[in-house]
Ligand binder design. Structure first.
Ligand code: AMP
Length: 143
């Protein structure tokens, strides 16, 4: 099963900001959209960075409210681990576990094409396990 299957199910709306936006803008957007991370892109939708709620908490703890005025370019994670729509879900799970992050932007031809969160992956896995156990039950009943 591939990343594109999840994107087809959940839709391809992606919340983004430009690197010039302020941390305060990211906080407002995280709250408004009820999400955990925002992908920072350039004008051509190429991925420049990512800022997650974990970064916000750390920055506020370290620097106080003045951090909210910082541009995202100064506080975001620059080395973003991405995936492509053709990659499989177990590969993405492994990537999240190794990197200890809960969001993976999906990139197609150098442009942002979606985002997969740990919640999406868990939902997919639970549904897959339910399907498998239903198939096993049917098999046993028909034997
Ligand atoms: P998260 O678990 O997604 O809230 O992120 C935890 C930390 O990893 C934060 O510092 C994020 O900026 C960073 N992070 C989140 N997603 C990625 C990613 N795909 N690639 C690299 N860093 C990430």
């Amino acid at each position: 099963m591939t990343v594109s299957v999840i994107l087809n199910q959940k839709g391809r709306e992606i919340v983004t900001l430009l690197p010039e936006a302020r941390l305060g803008d990211a906080v407002a957007k995280l709250a408004e959209k009820r999400i955990g991370a925002i992908v920072v892109v350039d004008a051509a939708m190429a991925v420049e960075g990512i800022i997650s709620e974990r970064d916000v908490v750390r920055l506020l703890g370290e620097r106080g409210v003045s951090a909210l005025d910082e541009p995202l370019s100064a506080v975001m994670t620059h080395a973003v681990v991405t995936c492509t729509p053709e990659e499989t879900i177990p590969v993405i799970m492994e990537r999240m576990t190794r990197g200890r992050f809960r969001h993976v932007p999906v990139v197609s031809g150098d442009k942002l094409a979606g985002i997969i969160s740990i919640g999406d992956v868990v939902k997919f896995r639970v549904e897959e396990m339910e399907r498998e156990s239903a198939q096993l039950r049917d098999y046993i009943m028909s034997a």
